[in-house]
Design a protein around this ligand. Structure first.
Ligand code: GLC
Length: 760
């Protein structure tokens, strides 16, 4: 690919004229075109075709535009456009303003551009590099693709996927470049494993969202360089920005997931507890772990097999020596009610006697160097090739090989190392990859490598089974939520990483990833009984619920830490299982609304400034508030309860919101609160999903009028999409009388629905 001359946004020049084709407006500037497309009255795409004439979006898979009324025209050298809810003004040199229908300015370009001296000069960079600093990605000036926007007093930022640090992203800078980071992630890391360039800006009295749909390496500096502006910059590609308007942050999340897709309803068991380690090194060891869970009465649904179950780390093979014949271990696990999830990495071992290597080579399925020679780098199996997942035929090939694992009784696939990771330095920018049939480079496809790998896995599993695929991926791009759940990669057994769990999962949720989790207990380093205990409490409501740890670290199953840990661990895992119908309902609703399971308080209380930087609490759905203890040695928690009336989940105590309270939180207590007027559906205790038929539903209620809709289906297949489900509406009046209405009935109903009062 000819990378050609660099572009810069400074070359727009005067606005000359515009043309209209339905709701697409092409503005002709002296040097470039700006194409404004109204997608919906609340979503507008701004597109400057710098590198490509096309969008080539990997996140927005189809034309999402719908007919809507738009008026447009030129006035005094400016282009003006209006939908029912948004007003756009575009002038010379890309002076852009978007306002709401009430004329309140939402987004506006910062006319002065970036201040000089804010960047590192080439000379300084060389000195820093000579001193051994990694200055390769240091900011050396304006970007070829750049948008500098005004920062107003009171602006706060959320979203951006898995970025490290805190909930509110204001004053920090980030990069979008999927990175395998084995070191301890802290707020100084600009990029982790995922690139989800969606930003939600909460202004003093308004909100807007921006989705920067460009997969090349990009930056977001959110007021770190200057308190007057924030900017987006990309090394290449187009300026392709979706502006999203709305009444509140929920509308923005909904609009963003309308564009990029929503997390599909998962199988019910995937919401159960899962146990992993790199690695359980033999079938016997796996069975020993499984037996411990059952004998200690700690519910568990799945065990994960890390890379050692393979033969020499060759994907789609089985290590017969340690793990028996394919199918044996999974059958033994199944007998005890466990599902099996196996890891699959992209790096395919270079080995002429290995079928994946031969097939990939013969069919040209691997990435090549610019001369056409198959590219080799190193990962777990040693020398390895990189499947070119951007091509459909490669995805189909890869997907079809999952037959081996499905036939062996495997129930879910865990995709790892797909940033892609490489032990002999990063893949050069010019390694040849494809975006479907279009030949392009690593520079463009790096950030979507994991995206396309998990798509291949998802589609492969969809063809091979009638179940809803369960895929977990480490690397992702905007839109990967349609294909896969995610975990936050290699965290460590550090209190700061337990603390980061809350903002990280909340921001992932707002960024479309409703199904996300951390390695409970921490992956790297040694956990302590206290840290593991607080982690299981905090993670009890995190959508993906898996304990995982690294080779060489202290074993991390709960029984490694004595009776007290076992008993508290059991209490929270059991609690999780009682809440399964609630979590499942949130996923069902999320498929329609895009709203996540785990939510920052600001999503529901954005008028309340106490919530803007709330890193230590979160909501599950709307009416359940979790305030875990996240500090070593602490047995108290300062809890903020937003407006309204709340009830302590453990004691039933009534507490008025809009205040901080100090809650005693000894080691076995994770403070949880339920809002007045809430109905929470719950199941009886169980050791795993499918242990017993789910014939009884309990409704845990707090005082006050309440309405709740509950979804029930087979929990596994797509039959619900053809109507095989029940939808119950529960209405409770102020006296506590319950009325049940069937909104949809096409599945065996519960035998018993029991109402229980939280306040006894
Ligand atoms: C990576 C993964 C980790 C896994 C290990 C071995 O570090 O992030 O979860 O256990 O590789 O496969």
């Amino acid at each position: 690919m000819d990378l050609g001359e660099k572009y810069t946004m400074k070359t727009m020049g005067q606005l000359i004229s515009y043309t209209q084709d339905e709701n697409t407006f092409t503005l002709q500037y002296e040097k470039e075109q700006l194409i404004i497309k109204v997608i919906r009255e609340d979503i507008i795409n701004f597109f400057i075709p710098l590198r490509f004439k096309e969008h080539y979006s990997k996140a927005v898979e189809e034309d999402k535009s719908v007919p809507c009324k738009v008026t447009a025209g030129m006035k005094e050298g400016e282009f003006l456009l209006e939908t029912k809810s948004l007003k756009v003004r575009a002038g010379s040199d890309l002076a852009l303003t978007v306002s709401g229908s009430d004329n309140r300015v939402l987004m506006h370009t910062h006319g002065a551009g970036r201040k000089s001296g804010a960047v590192v000069s080439e000379e300084t960079r060389k000195i820093l590099e000579a001193e051994g600093h990694d200055a390769s990605k240091m900011d050396t000036g304006d970007y070829p693709v750049q948008l500098v926007l005004g920062l107003d007093e009171g602006d706060d930022f959320y979203g951006l996927g898995d970025k490290s640090g805190f909930l509110n992203k204001k004053y920090y800078e980030y990069e979008n470049w999927n990175s395998d980071i084995p070191q301890a992630h802290n707020e100084d890391y600009h990029a982790l494993y995922k690139s989800v360039p969606v930003l939600f800006c909460k202004k003093k009295q308004a909100v807007y969202g921006l989705f920067f749909d460009n997969t090349f390496h990009s930056y977001l500096n959110l007021g770190k360089e200057s308190t007057d502006y924030f900017y987006y910059g990309a090394d290449d590609g187009n300026l392709d920005v979706y502006f999203m308007g709305g009444e509140n942050l929920k509308d923005l999340v909904s609009a963003y997931t309308y564009l990029t897709g929503r997390t599909p309803l998962p199988q019910r068991w995937t919401l159960g507890y899962q146990q992993s380690r790199w690695s359980y090194e033999s079938a016997d060891e796996v069975m020993d772990v499984a037996e411990h869970f059952r004998s200690l009465d700690i519910p568990c649904d799945a065990i994960h097999l890390d890379i050692d179950y393979m033969d020499g780390y060759r994907v789609f093979t089985w290590n017969n020596e340690e793990y028996g014949q394919p199918g044996e271990l999974t059958a033994q696990l199944k007998e005890k009610g466990f599902k099996t999830v196996t890891i699959i990495d992209p790096g395919t071992k270079v080995d002429d006697s290995y079928f994946m290597c031969r097939e990939g080579e013969k069919n040209h399925y691997f990435a090549t160097d610019p001369e056409g020679k198959t590219y080799v780098n190193e990962v777990w199996p040693g020398d390895a090739n990189y499947p070119d997942f951007g091509r459909k035929e490669v995805r189909d090939w890869w997907g079809s090989h999952h037959k081996f694992l499905v036939d062996a009784g495997v129930d879910g696939i865990w995709n790892d190392m797909n940033e892609p990771a490489s032990f002999r330095g990063e893949l050069p920018a010019d390694v040849v990859f494809h975006d479907e049939d279009r030949k392009t480079s690593h520079a463009e496809m790096h950030n979507v490598y994991g995206h396309y790998m998990s798509r291949a896995t998802f589609e492969g599993l969809q063809k091979l089974t009638d179940k809803r695929p369960f895929v977990i991926t480490r690397a992702a791009y905007a839109g990967t939520q349609k294909y896969s759940t995610v975990w936050t990669g290699d965290n460590q057994s550090l209190w700061s990483h337990l603390q980061m769990m809350v903002p990280q999962l909340c921001n992932l949720g707002m960024s479309g990833f409703a199904f996300a989790g951390t390695d409970i207990g921490g992956f790297g380093a040694d956990t302590t009984p206290e840290l593991l205990t607080r982690w299981i409490e905090a993670a009890c409501f995190s959508p993906l619920f898996r304990n995982h740890s690294c080779k060489g670290t202290r074993r991390q199953e709960p029984w490694q830490f004595g009776d007290e840990v076992v008993s508290i661990y059991r209490k929270y895992v059991k609690l999780r299982y009682r809440f399964l119908p609630y979590l499942y309902d949130l996923f069902y609703q999320g498929e329609k609304t895009g709203l996540p399971v785990m939510r920052p308080l600001v999503l529901h209380y954005e008028e309340d400034r106490e919530t803007y930087n709330m890193n230590g609490e979160f909501l599950v759905g709307e009416n359940l508030l979790v305030a875990p203890v996240l500090e070593q040695g602490s047995d108290k928690k300062m809890v903020y309860l937003p407006r309204g009336t709340w009830y302590d989940f453990w004691t039933g105590e009534k507490i008025s919101g809009g205040q901080y309270i100090l809650r005693d939180a000894p080691i076995d207590v994770c403070p949880i609160y339920v809002k007045a007027g809430t109905i929470l559906p719950m199941y009886e205790e169980m050791s795993y999903v499918g242990e017993k038929p789910l014939t009884t539903l309990k409704l845990l209620c707090t005082p006050g009028e309440a309405h709740y809709e509950h979804f029930q289906d087979d929990g596994e297949t797509y039959a619900y999409r053809n109507g095989a489900y029940n939808l119950y509406a529960f209405d409770r009046d102020a006296d506590g009388k319950l009325k049940t209405t069937m909104l949809h009935e096409n599945y065996p109903k519960y035998e018993k629905i029991i109402m229980e009062e939280l306040v006894k």
